[in-house]
Design a protein around this ligand. Structure first.
Ligand code: ADP
Ligand code: MG
Length: 235
Protein backbone atom coordinates (compact mmCIF):
# COMPACT_ATOMS: atom_id res chain seq x y z
CA UNK A 1 0.00 0.00 0.00
CA UNK A 2 1.65 3.25 -1.04
CA UNK A 3 1.70 6.11 1.42
CA UNK A 4 -0.52 9.14 1.10
CA UNK A 5 1.15 12.29 -0.15
CA UNK A 6 -1.92 14.48 0.28
CA UNK A 7 -4.60 14.29 2.90
CA UNK A 8 -7.27 16.96 3.17
CA UNK A 9 -9.78 16.88 5.99
CA UNK A 10 -12.83 19.12 5.98
CA UNK A 11 -11.12 21.87 4.03
CA UNK A 12 -13.17 25.02 3.79
CA UNK A 13 -12.32 28.20 1.91
CA UNK A 14 -14.27 31.39 2.28
CA UNK A 15 -13.33 34.51 0.33
CA UNK A 16 -14.62 37.58 2.10
CA UNK A 17 -14.85 40.90 0.32
CA UNK A 18 -16.61 44.02 1.57
CA UNK A 19 -19.81 43.19 -0.29
CA UNK A 20 -20.00 39.40 0.04
CA UNK A 21 -18.65 36.10 1.25
CA UNK A 22 -17.97 33.33 -1.26
CA UNK A 23 -17.87 29.80 0.06
CA UNK A 24 -15.49 28.44 -2.60
CA UNK A 25 -14.85 25.12 -0.82
CA UNK A 26 -17.49 23.77 1.55
CA UNK A 27 -15.85 20.75 3.13
CA UNK A 28 -13.35 18.90 0.99
CA UNK A 29 -11.94 15.54 2.00
CA UNK A 30 -9.35 14.12 -0.35
CA UNK A 31 -6.54 11.61 -0.19
CA UNK A 32 -3.94 11.25 -2.92
CA UNK A 33 -1.40 8.45 -2.67
CA UNK A 34 2.14 8.54 -3.88
CA UNK A 35 2.31 7.65 -7.57
CA UNK A 36 -1.34 8.34 -8.34
CA UNK A 37 -2.61 10.32 -11.33
CA UNK A 38 -5.77 12.07 -10.14
CA UNK A 39 -8.08 14.46 -11.96
CA UNK A 40 -10.63 16.80 -10.44
CA UNK A 41 -13.23 17.99 -12.91
CA UNK A 42 -16.02 20.51 -12.54
CA UNK A 43 -17.58 23.57 -14.15
CA UNK A 44 -16.08 27.04 -14.10
CA UNK A 45 -16.34 28.64 -10.67
CA UNK A 46 -16.74 25.39 -8.72
CA UNK A 47 -13.50 25.91 -6.78
CA UNK A 48 -10.87 24.01 -8.77
CA UNK A 49 -8.20 26.71 -8.77
CA UNK A 50 -8.92 27.49 -5.13
CA UNK A 51 -8.37 23.84 -4.25
CA UNK A 52 -5.16 23.67 -6.28
CA UNK A 53 -3.84 26.88 -4.65
CA UNK A 54 -4.37 25.31 -1.24
CA UNK A 55 -2.75 22.05 -2.34
CA UNK A 56 0.18 24.04 -3.71
CA UNK A 57 0.55 26.16 -0.56
CA UNK A 58 -0.17 29.35 -2.49
CA UNK A 59 -3.14 29.96 -0.20
CA UNK A 60 -4.32 28.69 3.18
CA UNK A 61 -7.66 27.08 4.01
CA UNK A 62 -10.13 28.99 6.17
CA UNK A 63 -10.76 25.76 8.09
CA UNK A 64 -9.64 22.15 8.02
CA UNK A 65 -6.41 20.17 7.96
CA UNK A 66 -3.92 19.62 5.17
CA UNK A 67 -1.26 16.94 5.62
CA UNK A 68 1.39 16.97 2.90
CA UNK A 69 3.83 14.07 2.87
CA UNK A 70 3.21 13.40 6.58
CA UNK A 71 3.56 17.05 7.66
CA UNK A 72 0.76 19.33 8.81
CA UNK A 73 0.95 22.29 6.42
CA UNK A 74 -2.47 23.77 7.15
CA UNK A 75 -1.13 26.97 8.61
CA UNK A 76 2.43 27.70 7.57
CA UNK A 77 3.98 31.14 7.40
CA UNK A 78 4.56 32.52 3.90
CA UNK A 79 8.25 31.73 4.18
CA UNK A 80 7.74 28.15 5.39
CA UNK A 81 5.17 27.57 2.65
CA UNK A 82 7.57 28.82 -0.02
CA UNK A 83 10.27 26.49 1.20
CA UNK A 84 8.03 23.38 1.26
CA UNK A 85 6.61 24.33 -2.13
CA UNK A 86 10.03 24.65 -3.67
CA UNK A 87 11.11 21.25 -2.37
CA UNK A 88 8.04 19.20 -3.12
CA UNK A 89 5.70 20.81 -5.63
CA UNK A 90 5.75 21.67 -9.32
CA UNK A 91 3.01 23.79 -10.96
CA UNK A 92 1.69 23.95 -14.48
CA UNK A 93 -0.89 26.64 -15.22
CA UNK A 94 -3.11 27.51 -18.16
CA UNK A 95 -1.19 30.74 -18.71
CA UNK A 96 2.35 29.57 -19.20
CA UNK A 97 3.78 32.33 -16.98
CA UNK A 98 7.16 32.33 -18.67
CA UNK A 99 9.37 35.40 -18.50
CA UNK A 100 9.84 36.89 -21.96
CA UNK A 101 13.05 38.70 -21.04
CA UNK A 102 14.75 35.38 -20.25
CA UNK A 103 15.75 32.57 -22.60
CA UNK A 104 14.07 29.17 -22.46
CA UNK A 105 17.13 27.85 -20.62
CA UNK A 106 17.05 30.67 -18.05
CA UNK A 107 13.31 30.26 -17.47
CA UNK A 108 13.75 26.58 -16.67
CA UNK A 109 16.78 27.26 -14.44
CA UNK A 110 14.98 29.97 -12.44
CA UNK A 111 13.38 27.77 -9.71
CA UNK A 112 16.84 26.42 -8.86
CA UNK A 113 17.90 29.97 -7.89
CA UNK A 114 15.12 30.05 -5.29
CA UNK A 115 15.89 26.61 -3.93
CA UNK A 116 17.22 26.03 -0.41
CA UNK A 117 19.85 23.86 -2.00
CA UNK A 118 22.88 25.33 -3.71
CA UNK A 119 23.49 24.03 -7.21
CA UNK A 120 26.79 24.32 -9.05
CA UNK A 121 26.71 25.67 -12.61
CA UNK A 122 27.31 22.15 -13.85
CA UNK A 123 24.41 20.74 -11.80
CA UNK A 124 22.14 23.49 -13.11
CA UNK A 125 23.17 22.73 -16.69
CA UNK A 126 22.57 19.00 -16.27
CA UNK A 127 19.15 19.44 -14.68
CA UNK A 128 17.92 22.07 -17.13
CA UNK A 129 19.10 20.09 -20.15
CA UNK A 130 17.54 16.89 -18.84
CA UNK A 131 14.17 18.61 -18.31
CA UNK A 132 14.28 20.32 -21.71
CA UNK A 133 15.08 16.98 -23.27
CA UNK A 134 12.11 15.37 -21.48
CA UNK A 135 9.78 17.85 -23.18
CA UNK A 136 11.72 17.79 -26.45
CA UNK A 137 12.70 21.46 -26.30
CA UNK A 138 16.47 21.24 -25.89
CA UNK A 139 16.98 22.58 -29.39
CA UNK A 140 15.17 25.81 -28.38
CA UNK A 141 17.29 26.57 -25.28
CA UNK A 142 18.35 30.02 -26.40
CA UNK A 143 14.99 31.11 -27.81
CA UNK A 144 12.79 33.60 -25.99
CA UNK A 145 9.31 32.37 -24.98
CA UNK A 146 7.63 34.83 -27.38
CA UNK A 147 9.47 33.17 -30.27
CA UNK A 148 7.69 29.89 -29.55
CA UNK A 149 4.23 28.48 -30.28
CA UNK A 150 1.73 28.01 -27.44
CA UNK A 151 2.36 24.27 -27.35
CA UNK A 152 6.11 24.82 -27.16
CA UNK A 153 5.71 27.40 -24.40
CA UNK A 154 3.66 24.96 -22.35
CA UNK A 155 6.37 22.32 -22.80
CA UNK A 156 8.94 24.81 -21.46
CA UNK A 157 6.61 25.53 -18.51
CA UNK A 158 6.48 21.78 -17.84
CA UNK A 159 10.28 21.58 -17.91
CA UNK A 160 10.38 24.47 -15.42
CA UNK A 161 7.91 22.63 -13.15
CA UNK A 162 10.15 19.55 -13.21
CA UNK A 163 13.54 21.12 -12.58
CA UNK A 164 13.38 20.84 -8.76
CA UNK A 165 12.31 17.19 -9.17
CA UNK A 166 8.98 17.61 -7.33
CA UNK A 167 7.24 14.63 -5.78
CA UNK A 168 3.92 16.24 -6.67
CA UNK A 169 2.87 17.97 -9.88
CA UNK A 170 -0.20 20.25 -9.74
CA UNK A 171 -1.78 21.05 -13.07
CA UNK A 172 -4.44 23.78 -13.49
CA UNK A 173 -6.20 23.69 -16.89
CA UNK A 174 -2.82 23.19 -18.57
CA UNK A 175 -4.47 22.42 -21.88
CA UNK A 176 -6.82 25.43 -21.81
CA UNK A 177 -4.79 27.60 -24.17
CA UNK A 178 -3.85 24.79 -26.56
CA UNK A 179 -5.45 23.21 -29.61
CA UNK A 180 -6.39 19.55 -29.23
CA UNK A 181 -3.18 18.25 -30.83
CA UNK A 182 -0.97 20.17 -28.39
CA UNK A 183 -3.37 19.44 -25.54
CA UNK A 184 -3.04 15.72 -26.24
CA UNK A 185 0.76 16.06 -26.40
CA UNK A 186 0.76 17.67 -22.93
CA UNK A 187 -1.46 14.88 -21.60
CA UNK A 188 0.80 12.15 -22.93
CA UNK A 189 3.77 13.94 -21.38
CA UNK A 190 1.98 13.96 -18.02
CA UNK A 191 1.21 10.27 -18.45
CA UNK A 192 4.85 9.39 -18.99
CA UNK A 193 5.94 11.55 -16.03
CA UNK A 194 3.43 9.64 -13.90
CA UNK A 195 4.74 6.32 -15.26
CA UNK A 196 8.14 7.43 -13.99
CA UNK A 197 6.82 8.00 -10.47
CA UNK A 198 5.59 11.62 -10.27
CA UNK A 199 2.27 12.02 -8.46
CA UNK A 200 -0.07 14.21 -10.49
CA UNK A 201 -3.20 16.14 -9.54
CA UNK A 202 -4.86 17.80 -12.50
CA UNK A 203 -7.89 20.10 -12.41
CA UNK A 204 -9.92 20.81 -15.51
CA UNK A 205 -13.43 21.69 -16.65
CA UNK A 206 -12.95 19.40 -19.68
CA UNK A 207 -13.99 15.75 -19.08
CA UNK A 208 -11.91 14.65 -22.09
CA UNK A 209 -8.74 15.54 -20.24
CA UNK A 210 -10.02 14.38 -16.86
CA UNK A 211 -10.46 10.93 -18.44
CA UNK A 212 -6.69 10.56 -18.78
CA UNK A 213 -6.33 10.18 -15.02
CA UNK A 214 -6.43 6.87 -13.16
CA UNK A 215 -8.72 8.24 -10.49
CA UNK A 216 -11.33 10.86 -11.25
CA UNK A 217 -13.10 13.17 -8.88
CA UNK A 218 -15.77 15.76 -9.47
CA UNK A 219 -15.92 19.04 -7.65
CA UNK A 220 -19.44 20.36 -7.32
CA UNK A 221 -20.14 23.57 -5.47
CA UNK A 222 -17.10 23.08 -3.29
CA UNK A 223 -17.75 19.42 -2.50
CA UNK A 224 -15.82 16.48 -3.89
CA UNK A 225 -17.23 13.18 -5.06
CA UNK A 226 -15.67 10.29 -6.90
CA UNK A 227 -16.75 9.96 -10.52
CA UNK A 228 -17.60 7.50 -11.80
CA UNK A 229 -15.22 4.99 -10.22
CA UNK A 230 -11.47 4.66 -10.00
CA UNK A 231 -10.41 2.98 -13.25
CA UNK A 232 -8.26 0.50 -11.34
CA UNK A 233 -11.42 -0.83 -9.65
CA UNK A 234 -13.54 -0.69 -12.77
CA UNK A 235 -11.40 -3.11 -14.80
P1 ADP B 1 -12.60 27.40 -10.85
O1 ADP B 1 -11.11 27.33 -10.90
O2 ADP B 1 -13.26 26.08 -10.66
O3 ADP B 1 -13.18 28.11 -12.04
P2 ADP B 1 -12.18 29.18 -8.58
O4 ADP B 1 -11.52 28.35 -7.56
O5 ADP B 1 -11.32 30.10 -9.37
O6 ADP B 1 -13.04 28.25 -9.56
O7 ADP B 1 -13.32 30.05 -7.90
C1 ADP B 1 -14.30 29.49 -7.01
C2 ADP B 1 -15.20 30.60 -6.47
O8 ADP B 1 -14.46 31.47 -5.62
C3 ADP B 1 -15.79 31.47 -7.56
O9 ADP B 1 -17.10 31.81 -7.19
C4 ADP B 1 -14.89 32.69 -7.57
O10 ADP B 1 -15.56 33.83 -8.01
C5 ADP B 1 -14.47 32.80 -6.12
N1 ADP B 1 -13.10 33.35 -5.95
C6 ADP B 1 -11.94 32.83 -6.43
N2 ADP B 1 -10.87 33.56 -6.05
C7 ADP B 1 -11.37 34.59 -5.32
C8 ADP B 1 -10.77 35.71 -4.64
N3 ADP B 1 -9.43 35.89 -4.63
N4 ADP B 1 -11.59 36.57 -3.99
C9 ADP B 1 -12.95 36.38 -3.98
N5 ADP B 1 -13.56 35.36 -4.59
C10 ADP B 1 -12.81 34.47 -5.25
MG1 MG C 1 -9.72 27.83 -12.42
Amino acid sequence: MSKSIIKLEKIKKIYATEEMETHALQSVNLEIKQGEFVSICGPSGCGKSTLLSILGLLDTPSKGTYILDGMDVSRLSIKQAASVRNQKIGFIFQAFNLIDELSVYENVALPLDYSNKQFSDEEVRQRVEKCLETVDMLNRSSHRPNQLSGGQQQRVAIARALVCEPALLLVDEATGNLDSKNGDAVMSMLRSLNDNGTTICLVTHDPRYADHADKQYRLNEGLIEIHPKPIAEAV
